[in-house]
Design a protein around this ligand. Structure first.
Ligand SMILES: [Zn+2]
Ligand SMILES: [Zn+2]
Length: 110
């Protein structure tokens, strides 16, 4: 079902991580999910309603976001948020622009 809202960020759709190919349906993309209370993200995130939370609790799951360099959809596991979101590939390609501590952390978690 498509709907024709003007604000495209407010429309759900399909998310596919460009790195690990995680595939999810998201309910909302943006900074302030209408179905969640008291949540304001620092970036446009792909979010879905948490299927395991009670109705009306307003809990959400963040699936991922858009890489600020290559603009690809990237899941939380394959990216980091450092002022903006960066996918692992762009991180690797721009390693000299990030603090060493950050890079070390990424390498350790992978
Ligand atoms: Zn991924
Ligand atoms: Zn990227």
């Amino acid at each position: 079902m498509e709907n024709n809202k003007d604000d495209k960020r407010d429309v759900g759709g399909n998310f596919e991580c460009s790195s690990c190919k995680l595939y999810e349906k998201f309910d909302y993309k943006g900074t302030k999910p209408p179905f969640a209370r008291n949540i304001l993200f620092l970036e446009d995130c792909y979010v879905m309603k948490d299927p395991f939370s009670l109705p009306n609790r307003g809990e959400v799951l963040v699936i991922g976001g858009d890489c600020s360099i290559c603009n690809k959809q990237i899941c939380s596991n394959c990216s980091i948020f450092y002022a903006k979101r960066f996918c692992n590939e762009c991180l690797t390609n721009n390693v000299d622009k990030f603090p060493v501590q950050l890079i070390t952390k990424i390498i350790n978690t992978n």
